[in-house]
Design a protein around this ligand. Structure first.
Ligand SMILES: *[C@@H]1O[C@H](CO)[C@@H](O)[C@H](O)[C@H]1NC(C)=O
Ligand SMILES: *[C@@H]1O[C@H](CO)[C@@H](O)[C@H](O)[C@H]1NC(C)=O
Length: 831
């Protein structure tokens, strides 16, 4: 994604001074003296120039205490969060939150297009009828169903850090059965009765395991070992059915394709014995142990991972829960989830149907079950000239951990900065600790300049899934600072609690508020640098204007040069990118950021005048209107060098040497002359002044904006607000021959969530349009929830987008339970 920007940021003197002034006098003196010596030294001996120095600076972490190192995240919390289903890109993948972990995962042999396939990583091409967590609390418990043709696989995960004596670190139950509801293409019920699944455990540090394939009793672990950070550990299997068991021990590196290792091993027996089984061989020095059960369904196996010398109490093999006891514990955990869910969202109390409630539980569970832990180094793009000079294809960020939610387990099982602020709006309602933890990880990824890589492809497991051309991150690229949304919620909660001193809060709540405050204290220096990065690198020419820098002004392949940095990718902007541009969405994000900074500053008693002033400036309604309101249409627009008269036309490609035509490509042809003007594409971008609540509640402009929302000629559909008006010249247009419309029509849930939240705000604020805002809120909410639920029952998934026409079908990647899971807050009427 993202066109490589050819230039590196110029060295920013201002920021360096800011860094320096934070140091003590002595350090400053030492630094200045040191720099002088070094400067003289390097002047003579090195030819290292400003470009290289800027590059090195861009891969250096910001010098500010790490947020993840706050006391709150140590000891008890760290221990509680150690293990989890933190490999969301796998159908079931478990790991600990250490850089190189013991990892575990499920595989099975499925059929696609009449061929056996090894299922392991979530892939759309597996064409599963549905899969995902039906329950997941983000920490201790989850139950998932995987529907593969005629089979139904259920996986339950459970841990109980307070009862390690009985449970060890974690337990997993896998049940492999016929899917009784399955009807095949001939209209027949599933007739399958044979099945097979595999479960592996592997040490990423490559320390060899002890593997003992004696399955007669679970007293003996199947595999055991000693891990540098996790200590001594044992892994047991217990079959609750009568399948045939096979095994394999392999030597594997973390960057190896584990699916292939297993597939190749099974493949050997297919050839020699016509059986899809492992070879029962343990290679010398194996660090991966694979267990397989095969036979007549149902098949059920419990897996236990214990760590006798590890974090908790000694776990006696003998005390491992029996089948019935584990069943009971799982049922109890599920009941606890259900109770907590109702307590948190009150759907039943508010009259939601059981069907709706079930979808909401799945949505939340998949958001939580989609959380992952990643460790590695981002790859940073460098200019062609530097590649040549430094003889490297890219630069590397420092090695770092990221604990984060993910947009989609199949398509985007990694961290995205723009998505994360939305994710935390939901996660923060369920478990505020997780939100602090995730944001701490993201903020610690900030470099010295105040930049955070927007797509986090950390470690070989994540990298294997991303095509090379999309791996590199560009240090000049921005992305919406959505983390300010959850940050503002935290700040507002603290402000409310302190002004409401008489309120009687529980000890837990008090501790949590204290943790949140400590989090803000630790984060504030980072947030300042982050804000400053946006406020200096993304400014426009006129005061109070901003634009997403880095659009490609030279391409003739795109109908409208994309703006990936904005998160709205192909949403149409000025036809001819230039530094005269003013982007209304970015200006509004900046208003949110400045207002949040001012609020946080006030709470912390920090000098925040400059944020107050900036916030005031950016929320100045007449200035906003001057820069972005098109009086004629009454719409908020970008401004830029623009013409509507562009089209993509097929043109022949000829071989320059022979003059022969050998193909065809689409190029953009401009018929009109671009001129500086408002960019007349009404859509999500135009809504930002409303979404960020910058329109005064008593302004007639508010009424115009709300009326416009409900007009079907523009954005209103029975399925939510579409991204671009039907009246726009770019509505549902391809951007290149191969780039289908993305933010040019379909309904997206994150922006619809913001629209609902804004309507709720205006419905609560006294003013002449209050009733109107309430009505529209109710109707929009009904449409969104109704369609997401319908589509879920129709397709088995929650989707990345929904069609703005026909039946409102889900489109794009699926399951997509990142921001689309905000449907939970819509149902709970918390939006
Ligand atoms: C943001 O930048 C503007 C100039 O473009 C400046 O006036 C303002 O003080 C800056 N705000 C902050 C908080 O640094
Ligand atoms: C607008 O774009 C055209 C075509 O690139 C260019 O010739 C013209 O100078 C631009 N106008 C302005 C004001 O930037």
């Amino acid at each position: 994604m993202g066109k490589s920007s050819k230039r590196l940021p110029p060295r920013d003197r201002k920021k360096q001074t800011a860094d320096a002034s934070a140091m003590t006098g002595f350090l400053k003196y030492a630094l200045v003296a040191g720099l002088a010596v070094m400067a003289a030294f390097s002047f003579q001996l090195f030819t290292e120039d400003a470009e290289v120095r800027a590059l090195k600076r861009s891969v250096a972490p910001l010098q500010s205490p790490k947020v993840t190192e706050l006391d709150y995240f140590q000891e008890g919390y760290k221990d509680e969060m150690l293990w989890g289903t933190y490999r969301p890109g796998m159908y079931l993948g478990i790991r600990a939150r250490v850089p190189k972990s013991i990892i575990a995962g499920l595989m099975w042999l499925g059929i696609s297009k009449q061929m056996y396939r090894t299922r392991h990583e979530c892939e759309d091409s597996d064409e599963m009828s549905g899969y995902g967590w039906l329950r997941h609390d983000g920490v201790r418990f989850g139950r998932q169903e995987l529907l593969d043709e005629g089979y139904l696989i259920t996986t339950s995960f459970m841990k109980d850090p307070e009862d390690r004596g009985a449970f060890g670190e974690w337990a997993v139950r896998v049940t492999y059965d016929r899917n009784k509801d399955y009807i095949d293409i001939r209209g027949e019920q599933s007739h399958f009765n044979q099945g097979s699944f595999l479960f592996y455990i592997m040490d990423e540090t490559e320390a060899p395991l002890e593997i003992s394939p004696d399955f007669s009793s679970h007293d003996r672990p199947f595999a055991s070992g000693k891990h540098a950070q996790l200590g001594r550990w044992e892994f047991r299997t217990r079959q609750n059915t009568n399948g045939e068991v096979h095994f394999h021990g392999a030597r594997a590196k973390p960057e190896d394709d584990l699916t292939k290792i297993v597939r190749d091993n099974v493949g050997k027996q297919v050839i020699s014995q016509n059986k899809m089984i492992l070879d029962d061989v343990i290679e010398p020095g194996s660090n991966m142990a694979v267990f397989q059960v095969t036979g007549t369904v149902p098949l059920e196996v419990d897996f236990f991972f214990t760590s006798p010398g590890g974090g908790g109490t000694e776990t006696e093999a003998a005390s491992i829960p029996g089948k019935k006891r584990l069943t009971k514990r799982l049922q109890k955990a599920e009941a606890a989830f259900d109770e907590r869910f109702e307590e948190t969202f009150r759907l039943r109390e508010n009259g939601a149907s059981e069907g709706d409630i079930e979808v909401a539980k799945h949505a939340l569970s998949n958001m939580l079950g989609g959380m992952g832990y990643f460790y590695g180094r981002s790859r940073i793009a460098i200019s062609d000239a530097l590649k040549e000079r430094l003889k490297v294809p890219y630069y590397k960020y420092w090695p770092a951990a990221l604990f984060t939610a993910t947009p989609s387990r199949s398509f985007f099982p990694r961290g995205f900065l723009w998505d994360e602020g939305f994710h935390q709006l939901l996660i923060g309602r369920w478990d505020r600790r997780l939100t602090l933890d995730v944001m701490a990880h993201w903020l610690d990824l900030m470099n010295k300049d105040g930049w955070i890589p927007r797509e986090q492809i950390l470690g070989s497991e994540a990298r294997r899934r991303v095509p090379d051309q999309f791996v590199l991150q560009h240090t000049t690229n921005a992305n919406p600072p959505t983390l300010f949304m959850p940050l503002r919620e935290i700040a507002m909660r603290i402000a409310a609690a302190s002004s409401d001193a008489a309120a009687d809060v529980s000890d837990d709540e008090r501790a949590l508020l204290a943790a949140e405050k400590a989090f803000l204290v630790r984060s504030y220096p980072r947030l300042k640098v982050w804000f400053n990065w946006f406020n200096t690198t993304q400014v426009g020419k006129l005061p109070g204007s901003y634009y997403w820098h880095g659009r490609d002004a030279t391409t003739d392949r795109e109908l409208n040069p994309k703006t990936l940095t904005s998160g709205l990718d192909d949403y149409p902007r000025a036809s001819h990118p230039s530094d005269d541009e003013r982007h209304v969405d970015l200006r509004c994000w900046m208003a949110l950021a400045a207002e949040s900074m001012a609020l946080i500053g006030r709470i912390l008693g920090e000098p925040a005048d400059v944020y107050e002033e900036t916030a005031e400036h950016l929320s100045d309604f007449s200035l906003l209107n001057q820069l972005h309101l098109d009086e004629k249409s009454g719409n908020y627009y970008d401004f830029g060098n623009h013409t509507e008269k562009v089209e993509l036309v097929p043109s022949p490609v000829t071989d320059p040497s022979t003059g022969h035509m050998y193909g065809r490509q689409f190029v953009r042809v401009t018929h009109g002359k671009p001129r500086p003007r408002f960019v007349p594409h009404y859509g999500y971008n135009s809504l930002f002044p409303l979404l960020m609540r910058l329109i005064p509640p008593d302004s007639p402009i508010l009424e115009t904006q709300i009326d416009k929302l409900t007009d079907q000629h523009f954005l209103w559909t029975p399925f939510g607000l579409r991204s671009l008006a039907r009246s726009s010249s770019m509505y549902m247009k391809h951007n290149t021959e191969h780039d289908a419309p993305y933010w040019r029509g379909p309904v997206w849930i994150n922006l619809n969530y913001l629209a609902l939240a804004a309507l709720r705000h205006y419905g609560d604020a006294p003013g002449p349009y209050r009733e109107r805002a309430r009505e529209v809120h109710a109707e929009l909410r009904r449409n969104l929830v109704g369609n997401i639920v319908d589509q879920y029952y129709k397709s088995g998934y929650i989707w990345e987008q929904y069609k703005d026409s026909d039946e409102g079908d889900g489109t794009g990647s699926h399951p997509f339970t990142g921001w689309s899971a905000l449907v939970v807050l819509m149902m709970a009427d918390q939006a």
